[in-house]
Ligand binder design. Structure first.
Ligand SMILES: Cc1ncc(COP(=O)(O)O)c(C=O)c1O
Length: 368
């Protein structure tokens, strides 16, 4: 019988921790602690501790966490923020939301993350910050990025949406910049059962400004110091995340094992490049992304064998219609443009069986 392989299997994860999840949800309902309250506070403390940060400000989703951080860092109209040419659009659209101008920088050919060697060419007197993305679960080159930021007095927000617990130089991602943003979208390495996000920092004053902005401009109800927004993690999501958090180390290890097995089984396939690790990085493998010269026919071949694959992401950010106003051409971002038609994400999730893994590898290997 043919093995069907979904891209991810959220239900399998739920079944593996069904009892504590059901109990946690029932407890939130029993105590009606839906907004703010003990479940949210507990998760904020636990998550800060898990990622080695002093403060965690939870919010409604990962997109908001970027926007909240930029607003609290004081982005003003005309300010320029440099970010990678290859990511999910949240990374760049929030720069515009915060009032800034997006400046795209091309990616590094092997890791798909922002290329530090090209950042300085984009710095102008209006530049205020850099947002590297730890794409697919691999850290951007943070030592090099922080050196540039220090030299030019720029802030750095790390977009850790795909990279919970990834490391570089044995340091956790999120521990380098002024703030780190996280998404707990259900399919993320640490996923809620709905939308959820957080921003972490070691700067108490920044944490206060972020919390204030996310909560209608006031830390205490009714005391609005500024106009803010309503971006809250709810009690149900917080309770679910608290049950899942202790499993994150084990789930990440399992993702790394699956990736190693894929590397072993696919390393010699002609025309295929397995994920390349930069120096001293520990990849969290949110996604296992291969590059293939015949990407679209390969994806079709996999689909015909009941194997789901996804393209993350089919178009480099600067080339999207959303950024037509910037007048970019493909030649401006040769690496991101080269990759957009070659990258393919294969199924990877902690509950994936070795039979499923082998089915994917065999299907890829049988492609002609
Ligand atoms: C790199 C990156 N940044 C930001 C986000 C935004 O997260 P959310 O979907 O929780 O708003 C995502 C999620 O897809 C992401 O992958």
């Amino acid at each position: 019988m043919r093995t069907t392989v979904p891209f991810a299997d959220l239900h399998a994860q739920y079944l593996s921790i069904k009892e504590p999840i059901d109990a946690a949800i029932a407890e939130v309902i029993r105590t009606s602690a839906f907004i703010r309250g003990p479940f949210v506070q507990r998760f904020e403390e636990e998550f800060a501790s898990a990622v080695g940060a002093k403060h965690c400000v939870s919010c409604a989703n990962g997109t908001d966490s970027l926007y909240i951080a930029m607003h609290a860092l004081g982005v003003r109209p005309g300010d320029e923020v440099i970010t990678t040419a290859h990511s999910w659009i949240s990374t760049s659209e929030t720069i515009t939301q915060a009032g800034g101008n997006v400046v795209f920088c091309d990616t590094d050919a092997s890791t798909y993350t922002i290329d530090p060697a090209q950042i300085e060419a984009h710095i102008t007197p209006r530049t205020v910050g850099i947002i590297p993305v730890h794409l697919y679960g691999q850290s951007a080159d943070m030592p090099a990025i922080m050196a540039i930021a220090k030299k030019h007095k720029l802030w750095v927000i790390e977009d850790c949406a795909q990279a919970h617990l990834a490391r570089i130089d044995d340091r956790l991602v999120g521990s380098f910049g002024a703030a780190a943003s996280y998404s707990f979208y259900p399919g993320k390495n640490l996923g809620a059962m709905g939308d959820a996000g957080a921003v972490t920092t070691n700067d108490a004053a920044l944490a206060d400004r972020m919390a204030m902005f996310a909560r209608h401009g006031g830390i205490t109800k009714g005391d609005h110091q500024i106009e803010g927004i309503n971006s809250r993690l709810d009690g149900l999501q917080a309770a679910v995340l608290s049950v899942k958090l202790p499993h994150l180390v084990g789930w990440t290890k399992r993702r790394q094992e699956i990736a190693a097995e894929y590397n072993h089984l696919l390393g010699d396939v002609p025309g295929l490049t397995t994920p390349q690790l930069g120096d001293d990085r520990e990849h969290a493998f949110h996604l296992y992304v291969i590059r293939h010269e015949q990407r679209d026919p390969l994806a079709k071949h996999l689909a015909a064998q009941s194997i789901q694959s996804v393209v993350n992401y089919p178009m480099a950010l600067p080339l999207l219609p959303a950024y037509a106003r910037l007048g970019h051409r493909a030649e401006d971002f040769p690496d991101a443009h080269h990759n957009q038609s070659r990258i393919l994400s294969l199924p990877i999730f902690p509950e994936m069986s070795s039979q499923q893994l082998k089915a994917v590898a065999e299907a890829v290997r049988s492609f002609r």
